[in-house]
Each structure stands twice: as C-alpha cells, then as structure tokens.
Write a protein that binds this ligand. Structure first.
Ligand code: 1GP
Length: 255
C-alpha cells in the first residue's frame, strides 16, 4: 500500500491529518527520537522530515534512526536536493508555484529525478505556496521568490488551480516555520473552494484553535513544527489532534 493510500485510510477514520515536522537543523536526533513515541501515541498521523536551511551533515542517518522509531509514515519535506534518503517512506516533490524562481519551480527536480527513480521512492507531486506572514521567514528567503500576498485570496486560488491543472496532487500553503501569522482563513477557504486537491497548511500554527480554524476552512492536513519543538507535553499534542481530527467537514481525499 502506498503512503498516500495509508493516509487516505487514516483520513476516513480521523478527518484531517495532524503532521509533525522534524527539522534536523532544529531538532537533534536524540530529541527527535525521544519524542516520536509521545507524538504518535497522542495523535500525530505522519511526520514530515526536512527543513529550509539544510546544514545537517548526516541526513541519511537521521532519517534511518527516525524510521527505526516511527510507526506512522515518514515523508520527506526537502528544503534542498541534499535531503533525499532511501529510508523515507515517500517524498514531497515540491514545486514552489507561488514564486517564479525556475530552480525551485522545475530546475532542481530535473537534477534529482533519476536518483528518486533509482531509490524507488514514492514521489508526491506538490504545489508549494509560500504565503506572506508578517516577517521574512527562512523558507521565503532561501526560495528566492515572492510569497503570495496574504490579503489576496483570489491570487492564491488562481495559483492553486494552476498547480492542480499542472498535475500536483497536494497543494501546500505554508506561512513558513515560526511565522508571525499563520495562513489566513479566507485564503485557505478560497483555495479550497476553487480546487479539488487536498490542501496541507502549516507555518505559525501555535494554538490548537488555529489548527481547527484551518481545517474548517478546508485544510486536509495541518503541519506543526515550532509548537512541538520545545518538548511538547502529551496534553498539548492531544489538544492539537482533537482540533484537527474532530472537525466534521467533508474534505477531499488525497488521491
Ligand atoms: C513549516 O509548516 C511548517 O514549513 C511548520 O511551521 O514551525 O511554524 O509550526 P511551524
């Protein structure tokens, strides 16, 4: 069964998905492996593994250790072409469609495609949209591109629809890790109303209520990084899980 099929099964039971971000630049391997069990047993459905800066030298070993401890899918969220490992269950094949930098739209993809094929990794074509969030985040900076304006839902909707027409199977709206402001509700709703692909939302979601709001607006998966970095307690993870899982709205399956 592919990772997308597994996530769809989970979605049928749980509604939207709660995803925890493990960024090797920010979370030592020891701290990451320590908290995997706590995150999983309290409701995390999958891990995204990667980061914008990519200074970590032993990426492959990091992924291998995480995989040894994790029981839910571990999906690559690469900030660069160095963040590829045969130990991943799948990888987001991210095209930064909010920007016009050819390297992050298509260039790096050509460089890594043969390697991904050789590793037989499940590849998930993802239209990645950075959203203006109040201050410059690392993701905005390293992508060499302008983010989507946060007060222009129609621009985000048009961008997302174009991404869907280009064949992306997921649309990822990201305010950037540690964002001052998360992706606005109106913007998520506009993308949801104009597309049929599942929407992943992340960046600056520090409170369970913000996660719930994003799901009600149309997000099929919520990514939490910073809020889980400082040794989250089980109660906080459960609150996020309830906020994400318990919104009774119909969302597209990840197909
Ligand atoms: C960033 O969406 C992720 O790509 C997570 O962001 O660290 O702000 O939760 P935070």
């Amino acid at each position: 069964m592919s990772v997308l099929e597994k996530l769809n099964l989970e979605r049928r039971v749980d509604g939207a998905l709660l995803v925890a971000l493990l960024d090797p630049d920010l979370l030592t391997l020891e701290r990451a492996t320590e908290r995997i069990d706590l995150l999983e047993t309290n409701g995390v459905d999958a891990f995204f593994l990667g980061g914008s800066l990519s200074q970590y030298l032993e990426f492959d070993e990091y992924v291998r250790c995480v995989k040894e401890h994790a029981h839910v899918p571990v999906i690559g969220f690469p900030g660069s072409i160095n963040q590829i490992s045969a130990h991943l269950d799948a990888i987001l094949y991210l095209s930064v469609i909010s920007g016009r930098n050819p390297e992050t739209l298509f260039g790096q993809h050509v460089q890594v495609a043969p390697l991904l094929k050789r590793l037989n990794l499940e590849v998930i074509p993802t239209g990645y949209m950075l959203v203006e969030s109040g201050k410059l985040t690392t993701a905005h900076y390293v992508s060499h591109s302008l983010p989507l304006p946060r007060d222009k839902p129609s621009v985000a909707a048009a961008t997302a629809l174009a991404g869907e027409y280009m064949g992306h199977r997921l649309l990822y709206l990201d305010a950037g890790s540690g964002a001052e402001n998360p992706v606005p509700e109106e913007l998520i709703r506009a993308v949801h109303d104009s597309t049929s692909a599942p929407i992943v939302v992340g960046g600056g979601i520090r409170e369970p209520s913000l996660a719930a709001m994003s799901v009600r607006a149309g997000a099929s998966a919520i990514v939490i990084g910073t809020a889980f970095e400082e040794g989250p307690d089980a109660g906080l993870v459960r609150e996020f899980a309830a906020a994400v899982h318990d919104q009774a709205i119909a969302l597209p399956l990840i197909l």
